[in-house]
Design a protein around this ligand. Structure first.
Ligand code: ADP
Length: 261
């Protein structure tokens, strides 16, 4: 059982409590290590940079890395509301990450703790994230999904009218095959695929493979992000939001992708 301690009291109409997101976008991948979390976090900050109200949900149960990338530590509190109907409702308050509302499975476990989530526990946590968190009015809720196929996508697609999924992959053949599996998984759980992103594009892994595969699968290609040391360094240093402070090739490609979504 996860416990939250801080209680802030307020009054609100019942209809104004919870999640009201215009668009929900799941960011998935066929396998780990392709930069899915980095891309999810930077797309969220990119949308915020363009003026949108954004929430970021780190549902990657196998490696919740977004709090680290966004430089956020701490534990969410609980808000307690009395509705006009006299009901008391408690909601988890997301943490602030440079103007983004952030919730992560990482706030609930120790950094080195291995997570072996059994189905019911996972379902309960995701329900807390989606239905018992005070996200408020959002233009976008971006969800960093666990890699591969699975439970989380099914649970989330049942709980949320998802707008769609973005599938991140690297240009090599092996990663591409996994991405194809991820796309068929999203199809199975009836989450429409908005498109594919090629990450770590460049000399090392090649370039253009994802665009080609996207065309073959009749899935939109949203753009490519170059392999870039600064991108990695900012993620490791917890300053991913500062990507949008200065001009850079990575910033340009991220903004192009946000416009294509
Ligand atoms: P995943 O969520 O797919 O497991 P991460 O987002 O954790 O992958 O990224 C894995 C590693 O690759 C991280 O160290 C990250 O900083 C780095 N990385 C991601 N995208 C790029 C890129 N375009 N250029 C350089 N490094 C990247």
């Amino acid at each position: 059982e996860v416990k939250f301690n801080v209680v802030v009291r307020g009054k609100k109409s019942g209809a104004r409590i919870g999640l009201r997101a215009k668009n929900v976008i799941a960011v998935g991948s066929g396998k780990g290590g392709v930069g899915k979390s980095t891309v999810a976090a930077s797309l969220a900050f990119g949308l915020k940079h363009l003026g949108a109200k954004v929430g970021l949900l780190d549902a990657d149960v196998y490696g919740p890395s977004i709090p680290h990338m966004a430089g956020v530590k701490g534990q969410p509190g609980v808000l307690e509301y009395t509705t006009s109907e006299g009901q008391t409702i408690q909601r988890i308050e997301p943490l602030d990450a440079d103007g983004l509302k952030l919730m992560s499975i990482g706030f609930m476990i120790e950094e080195e703790q291995a997570v072996i989530w059994r189905g019911p526990m996972l379902h309960k946590i995701l329900t807390q994230f989606v239905q018992q968190t005070e996200w408020g009015d959002l233009d976008y809720l971006i969800i960093d999904m666990p890699p591969g196929t699975g439970d989380v996508s099914l649970t989330l697609s049942q709980m949320l009218g998802l707008a769609g999924a973005v599938v991140v992959c690297t240009p090599q053949q092996v990663a591409l095959l996994d991405a194809v599996k991820a796309i068929s998984m999203f199809n199975q759980v009836k989450i429409p695929v908005l498109g594919m992103v090629e990450n770590m594009s460049g000399e090392i892994f090649g370039q253009g493979g994802v665009e080609k595969r996207a065309a073959e699968m009749k899935v939109p290609f949203l753009g490519e992000i170059p392999i870039d040391a600064t991108f990695r360094i900012k993620g490791d240093a917890g300053s991913i939001s500062s990507l949008f402070d200065d001009d850079s090739p990575v910033r340009d490609s991220l903004l192009r992708i946000t416009e294509n979504i």
